[in-house]
Design a protein around this ligand. Sequence first.
Ligand SMILES: Cc1ncc(COP(=O)(O)O)c(C=O)c1O
Length: 498
Amino acid sequence: MSFKKLDLFRGITISSDHKDPLYLQIYNEIRNAILKGRFKAGIRLPSPRLLSKIWSVSRSTVLLAFEHLIVEGYIETKPKSGTFVCQHIPDKYIEVQSENAVDDDLSEVKIKYSNQFEFINKRFREHRKLVDIPVPFRPGIPDKNVFPISKWRNASNSIYRTGLLESTKLPLGYSPLKENLKEYLTVIHGISCKTEQIVLVSSTQQALSIICDILLNSNDGVVIEDPGYIRVQSALYNAGVQVHPVPVDKEGLQIPSKNEFKKPPKLIYTTPSHQYPLGINMSLKRRFELLEYAKEANAIILEDDYISEFRYSGVPKTPLYGLDTGNRVIFMGTFSKLFSPALKLSYLVVPERLIEGFETVMSMIHRGPSIHDQATMSLFISNGNFQKHIRKVRKLYSEKRNYIIALLKKSLKGHIEIQKNNAGLHIIGWLPEGVSDLEVSRFMAENNIVVPALSSYTLKSIGNKGALLFGFTGWDIMTIEHKIEKFCLLYKEFLKGR
Ligand SMILES: Cc1ncc(COP(=O)(O)O)c(C=O)c1O
């Protein structure tokens, strides 16, 4: 690589103060340089190692940017030769970009987002910088290495061998999987329901959008937990309903007073088995109070049980669904955490009186997850592989959890207080009073460590005490150890520099 060419790369500034994550800045810079003709077809790019030195970023950050550029066809790798700008981007396209300087003009184009989108967009941008980066300790990422890939492939192959499945007649999901789930729910959660009550959806957000479509008008109120799951907040703001964030205490979601809102809420979203993100298991007393509140308000409760497979000790409490006598609870579970969010496979148990609404909306507006993946999952469960997988993953995560707790306690005694939860895929560490969790989280993100701040999940202020989330599932023990060491050094440096 000549010095002249290297200068092209030295001229690029990558900064952790920028609104975009580092890898996205690199991706954008290289892509724009190609489209504007500064990087000609066929030129060889410097190695990721050299670029990481030039830009003072990690090699994995450069590799991530490269991966995106390769997938989109801007650059290509040649074995034993390196990475090159692709030959096949039409010159015409490149000239148009260069003459009209499209990217420079973009800042002039005023896009007026809708009010609700403005809010969602702002939160998402912040979240992407501090949470949605696939490095330790991003919470809730399943360990890729335990995905039972060959068993899954075998199950999937047998489904495809029978030919393509008919999906239009199955708007609410693949019947054999619903049968499997019915049995699973009885054994694991003590939930008894009819097969027809089970609905397969692709995500929590989709479940909320469907429920809003069926039951809510634009000014109806929805109670949600604060702090809470940001994707739930977004789905509800997007639906244009009145969002009522309600605080959480040691017993779970606090019960609003009778006249707290102008009109009673129509929907209550809650995570009683493991409040997200605080990890609180809602007390039995609070569960009954919530059901009573919902009855008086004539509201439906959406009980998001996203994590009950990951209880490491103690006996699980009966879900709200099992305690309810008024047919007002929708129970939701997911395969995202046990397998992978990439499967897009979650399920609901809906009261019988709502089945018709779900059927209409899932035929006319929303479409559920892939019928083939549902059939694969069904076969996987029938073969007995599902239960084996749960046992394996639970054991692995329990070991990782014990390990990270011991490390944090040893190295940060007196600086961070570890909260005792007996379930979940992340640990909560409380910071001393006055230490801003957002500032620590930002400082760590600049150093390629993701420890989301509790404040990132709140809509209203949570007071003086902040906390950090340490997801421990997505990485092996050695990586966890190495990154905790780095975190500890940086944290002490942060405290000194305040
Ligand atoms: C509170 C909560 N509910 C549900 C989910 C699962 O979401 P999905 O079904 O969209 O994969 C998550 C994933 O992080 C979560 O944090």
